[in-house]
Design a protein around this ligand. Structure first.
Ligand code: MTE
Length: 308
């Protein structure tokens, strides 16, 4: 797999200057074998020195083994240890239904989609609304490329995403008080932002099932619940509609869900976050540190409303 490296967005790519880590990383990404290659579970990037120069949060890139063993995937259970249960997910013949645009009511199979666009690496910070965070080297393509390919009419203002519904595979979907399937919705402008990403892999490997295989959304400036996993449907809409968390608790899970340390969750502060790799606390940044790329989207919105 050829992976383009678009350094522009990799706030934490600046951490990767240690030659040792760099070699380990390349040997893994580009398939060189031998003593340079580390077992994937040990794969990690870090270097403290350069952090100060760029004045970014001093966080290590999360190890493969950490980010694949600590997950939120409520279809499979409400604990962080759902990775084993998620292995039941059947990825064969995975298709994504399109509603609206050139391919209205058609299905695209995942393999076709994955070959359509050049695969990039994006090292993004990821902040969960539960106040934990990680740094993930994703692989995938810009959502904007997919949107252009789907050619939605100009009067569509929103893009909605739906995850699978299969209670025999995902046992928590038998709990009927949840509004399954998991859904999310963003504005068309947000979907076209250059940071909005469809991840199909992590650390140069296919996306693990527990992380949302075969394809998921990644919106690094928003709380993690917006980054819907295991997508089966993409729908263009003229009007907004409610999403999974917004239906369950609208006062706790706002539509915008932009990372905002000034707006506490109803039950906890959002000023700090716990990095799951180091277990250290870090101050949370507005838009999770991605302000320069996304603030134009919200110029008319009062800072207190950015989350709701
Ligand atoms: N997508 C689906 N389909 N189901 C989920 O439960 N959880 C969300 C998001 N996407 C979720 C989902 C939440 S709350 C978070 S924080 C992230 O996935 C977690 O992603 P990770 O497990 O890869 O860290």
């Amino acid at each position: 797999m050829k992976i383009l490296n678009n350094k522009k967005f990799n706030l934490t790519e600046n951490l990767v200057t240690s030659e040792k880590y760099y070699l380990n990383r390349r040997s893994f990404l580009f398939g060189m074998i031998g003593s340079l290659a580390l077992p994937i579970d040990n794969l990690s990037y870090s270097n403290d020195d350069v952090v100060k120069k760029y004045n970014i949060t001093k966080k290590p890139i999360t190890k493969y083994n950490t980010l694949t063993r600590y997950n939120n995937f409520f279809e499979f259970g409400t604990t962080k240890e759902i990775w084993k249960a998620a292995q039941k997910l059947d990825l064969n013949d995975w298709k994504v239904k399109i509603k609206g645009g050139k391919l209205d009511e058609k299905f695209i199979d995942f393999e076709t989609l994955n070959k359509k666009f050049d695969i990039e690496e994006r090292i993004y910070k990821f902040r969960c609304v539960e106040a934990w965070s990680m740094v993930v080297p994703w692989n995938g393509f810009e959502l904007s490329k997919l949107i252009s390919f789907l050619e939605p009419d100009a009067d569509f203002k929103y893009v909605a995403f739906k995850s699978f519904f299969d209670p025999n595979t995902a046992k928590n979907q038998k709990q009927s008080w949840y509004p399954w399937p998991y859904t999310e919705i963003i504005t068309m402008e947000e979907a076209k932002n250059e940071l909005a990403f469809i991840a199909t892999g992590v650390y140069g490997k296919s996306l693990p099932k527990q992380n949302g295989a075969p394809l998921r959304l990644v919106l690094p400036w928003k709380y993690g619940f917006k980054s819907i996993k295991s997508i089966v449907e993409i729908e263009f809409l003229k009007e907004s509609k409610k999403s999974f968390w917004n239906t369950i608790a609208p006062k706790e899970y706002g539509f915008w869900a932009n990372v905002n340390p000034k707006v506490p969750h109803k039950r906890w502060s959002q000023e700090f976050e716990r990095d799951i790799e180091s277990n250290k606390k870090f101050p949370t940044q507005i838009f999770n540190g991605y302000e320069r790329w996304v603030s134009y989207l919200y110029k008319d919105i009062n800072v207190d409303k950015l989350y709701f």
